[in-house]
Design a protein around this ligand. Structure first.
Ligand SMILES: Nc1ncnc2c1ncn2[C@@H]1O[C@H](COP(=O)(O)OP(=O)(O)OP(=O)(O)O)[C@@H](O)[C@H]1O
Ligand SMILES: [Mg+2]
Length: 502
């Protein structure tokens, strides 16, 4: 790894230097060749294992924990910071630099009561989901590796420690800006310094003046909306959308009690501690905006309120636009048609007038909403139901989706509207292939991750983890020998809810 140290060198006072503590008997549990390529690495080796388990120093690394604060479950905590994630620096890759962090690398000045460690089960989940989301084209931080150990750590019972080696284009979170705005550390000089650094490093096309700041916040609103549209389209519930877990780049970040939906349920809660469903699946779009408002608040010392509000006002429409784009692909709804043109089967794609586009969007949102209501009332699996569109011929009145329904009459009404909307499909094979290229067959179901974890815990065997990793690298491909992994969970694995202790 070849490091540069821009954050460390340019932002003194924004972190504490701290050395990670080694974990004993380190061993690779998982390694990602795809992530390794991002920072110009090839295969794992013994030297690297010792460096990434903090047994040896990594040449060129600086080792620091960043300070930030954040709104957790709606309440403001004035100081959080990296309590168990220690950053080595920015590793230079062929297409840009990536922060390398040891998550679970030991205590830092921000650990409060925590031990600075991560347990194996949570490290493995973070590793797997980083791989899975990347393969689904969802913006995300990455994981280079997960390293097991025999170091005991205590949660509800004794477990063993592990380290996830996280790669992120940046570790800067909404909470960083909150920290330098609010409370006794409130310091406009430092706030501007951080904004300027962020723009120079990650929004290099923007200037660091009033116009640049305004555009910068607008782009954050847009990328956050886009990320959440992705989550809703693949059925991903994050679980802990605190502002300290929101990346300034709109990358999915901090994987704790996350889950992919099995049975579709708008109100699905994956976090055991989320008693009120603040971060329920269907709440995520609204929470995204709430979090952006907290960021906007923190930026009021340096960006005009009117500009912040104008940007916030674009969130909803961007989220809907992105969600429609993704879901139209999944269901095969032709984008460039107007309702009127559909009725006359005139698909010659003239650009739509604004009103026609708005009418079409409203129509499609309704159609999609009714579809998810059908999934929920019939208790159907989200991923598997969408995958069925790849076998569907919309010109036929029969569809395998219908066979899944209990409310057949409700489905028939919906399906008629769907057929009308899709219209005639000239090349049905091509149409079906397109559906299969955007509707995954394989997702990281919680119970699959759980099975891999149990095998490591009980038998020290990581082969299930490796198998899952390979499977999830190609989520859209038929992998006939892996058919079982696409099934709905067994009874014990239905709606698994994860605790926050990790
Ligand atoms: N075992 C631990 N020891 C020390 N601090 C911890 C521990 N677990 C969590 N924290 C700290 O508690 C706060 C909230 O934790 P949260 O679960 O959001 O983050 P995380 O998963 O530890 O890390 P990240 O957000 O970097 O992915 C953070 O400041 C985090 O560093
Ligand atoms: Mg966190």
């Amino acid at each position: 790894m070849q490091f540069k140290q821009d954050f460390f060198e340019q932002l003194e006072g924004f972190y504490s230097q701290v050395y990670p503590l080694p974990i004993s008997n380190p061993h690779w549990l998982g390694w990602s060749d795809d992530a390794a390529q991002l920072i110009g690495l090839e295969k794992p080796n013994a030297e690297l294992l010792m460096q990434l388990s903090a047994n040896y120093a990594a040449p060129g690394a600086s080792y620091y924990a960043q300070v930030y604060s954040g709104h957790q479950f709606g309440g403001y905590t004035p100081r959080l910071g990296d309590g168990r994630s220690i950053i080595l620096g920015e590793a230079i890759g062929p297409n840009g630099a990536w922060d390398v962090a040891l998550k679970g690398g030991g205590p830092t000045p921000y650990s409060r009561q925590g031990d600075g460690r991560a347990v194996m089960r949570s490290a493995v989940r973070e590793f797997l989901v980083s791989e899975a989301l990347a393969a689904l084209n969802v913006p995300t931080s990455r994981a280079l590796a997960v390293i097991g150990s025999d170091l005991p750590v205590w949660r509800e019972s004794q477990e063993t420690a592990a380290i996830t080696v996280r790669l992120a284009k940046s570790h800067i979170r909404f909470g960083h800006f909150e920290y330098f705005c609010h409370g006794e550390q409130g310091d406009t000089g430092k706030l501007s310094q951080l904004v300027n650094f962020t723009i120079k490093q990650h929004f290099a096309h923007l200037s660091t003046d009033a116009a640049g700041y305004k555009q910068w916040f607008y782009e954050i609103v847009q990328s956050t909306a886009k990320m959440i549209a992705h989550w809703q389209s693949v059925g991903f519930a994050h679980g802990v959308m605190n502002t300290d877990n929101m990346s300034i780049l709109g990358d999915t970040f901090d994987f704790g009690p996350f889950a992919f939906l099995d049975t579709f349920k708008e109100g699905f809660i994956c976090n055991h501690s989320d008693h009120e469903g603040r971060y329920a699946f269907g709440q995520q779009p609204a929470v995204g905006l709430w979090n952006l408002k907290r960021l906007a608040q923190a930026l009021t010392p340096i960006i005009e309120s009117d500009d912040l509000i104008a940007a916030l006002n674009t969130y909803q429409s961007e989220l809907v636009k992105q969600y429609l784009r993704l879901m139209r692909g999944k269901l095969g709804l032709h984008q460039a048609a107007s309702l009127h043109a559909l009725n006359s089967q005139d698909l010659s794609a003239k650009p739509l007038s604004q009103e026609a586009q708005a009418e079409l969007d409203k129509h499609d949102l309704q159609l999609l909403g009714l579809f998810t209501v059908l999934l929920e009332t019939n208790q159907l699996d989200y991923t598997n139901s969408l995958r069925r569109f790849g076998q569907l011929d919309p010109s036929h009145s029969h569809s395998t989706l219908r066979d899944d329904m209990v409310d057949v009459a409700g489905f028939d009404t919906w399906y008629k509207a769907y057929q009308d909307r899709v219209g005639e499909v000239a090349d049905i094979h091509g149409w079906q292939c397109e559906r299969n290229s955007v509707n995954p067959k394989y997702i990281l179901r919680n119970y699959l991750a759980q099975e891999a974890i149990i095998d490591i815990e009980e038998n020290g065997d990581n082969s299930k983890l490796l198998q899952l990793q390979q499977l999830l690298r190609r989520p859209y491909d038929e992998q006939p020998e892996m058919e079982d992994f696409a099934k709905r969970p067994p009874d014990w694995g239905q709606g698994l809810i994860m605790s926050c202790s990790s």
